[in-house]
Ligand binder design. Structure first.
Ligand SMILES: [Zn+2]
Length: 327
């Protein structure tokens, strides 16, 4: 199970960087063949950098003067290069480094810790399904179809399913838009097939596009991760990195709470995650098919009281929309 080890993840990560570098050098050769002047410019830039270093070394000017002169020269060359690229029919960004992840520039690290692109690789390696699978990546606010919710009243509810969903959608959009300034927690609850996973993926996708770290795991995956860590099963290192991220990521999405096998350990583990994140003022989204009172029955009352006290509770109701279109 080599690909599941941390070394396996790092290998995959480095392979991505090598692919990127190979792509860039192939582009460079292509451009050099088409526009030889660009090779001269690159050589001149490299030579200029070396001259700058030796000028600083020889003390022919203050380092600031020398650096400023070099920057002016480099800017002139860069402008010429862009013009030549455009004239030759390449995009002006054709020779920019094609990062797989522009947020961390493929380093896997950001100021706040591990980047989501690395977390995704890690959770993909540790779980059969990915943390943020391909399907989930397509689930965006723009793809959300409110017409799937009936606009006719249903028994026991004041709002029609559609009116209710419109207001939930507004709250979810605001949650994503205002994430950096206002850490909130969401509980999405209601029967299966009403778009709970879709909504949390839409939030995740929007935050990921802004470079915010998000970890998406089912409650079952989290329970396995924590119990494996306790009994040191599997690859200890990779699991402990992912486990520490449960507490550190900017947003943790716990999908399908209540479907995992629950014993007193699971309850304690899940409470530990939920409570620690509250104390650290880190946002969490929980989705569940359980009704509110059942959360207290399946888990403990202290879990229910944390959720009641600190989560915005969004109740989704209506007919199963998966039958209408695969949501
Ligand atoms: Zn990244």
């Amino acid at each position: 199970m080599d690909e599941k080890s941390l070394a396996g993840v790092n290998r995959k990560f480095n392979a991505r960087k090598q692919e990127r570098d190979a792509l860039l050098s192939a582009r460079q050769e292509e451009v050099y063949r088409a526009v030889p002047r660009i090779r001269e410019i690159d050589n001149a830039l490299f030579g200029g950098g070396m001259r700058m270093l030796s000028a600083v070394w020889d003390g022919t000017g203050t380092p600031e003067e020398i650096a400023e002169q070099y920057a002016r020269e480099a800017a002139r060359y860069a402008a010429e290069k862009k013009m030549l690229l455009r004239e030759a029919g390449f995009g002006t960004d054709y020779l920019d480094i094609p990062y797989t992840c522009p947020h961390c520039k493929d380093t896997g690290m950001r100021d706040s810790g591990l980047c989501s692109c690395y977390l995704t690789l890690l959770s993909e390696a540790l779980t059969e399904e990915s943390g943020m699978g391909k399907l989930l990546r397509k689930q965006t606010f723009d793809a959300f179809d409110i017409r799937l919710y009936a606009d006719t009243p249903i028994e026991g509810q004041t709002l029609t399913p559609r009116k209710n969903m419109e207001s939930i959608l507004r709250i979810c959009r605001a949650f994503a838009a205002d994430f950096e300034n206002h850490a909130d927690n969401l509980l999405l609850y209601g029967n299966p097939g009403l778009g709970k996973t879709f909504l949390s993926s839409a939030i995740a996708n929007e935050l990921l596009s802004r470079g915010i770290s998000v970890l998406y795991q089912s409650a079952g995956q989290i329970a396995d991760l924590l119990s494996d860590a306790r009994f040191s099963r599997g690859d200890g290192e990779a699991r402990s990195v992912l486990k520490s991220q449960l507490l550190k990521v900017d947003l943790l999405i716990i999908d399908d709470l209540g479907t995992e096998f629950i014993n007193s350990m699971t309850d304690a583990d899940m409470f530990y995650v939920v409570n620690s994140r509250l104390l650290a003022e880190k946002s969490t989204i929980i989705s569940t098919n359980l009704a509110l009172p059942d959360i207290g029955r399946v888990y403990s009352d202290r879990m229910l009281s944390r959720i009641l006290g600190h989560y915005t509770k969004l109740h989704i109701y209506g007919a199963d929309i998966r039958n209408i279109r695969g949501m």
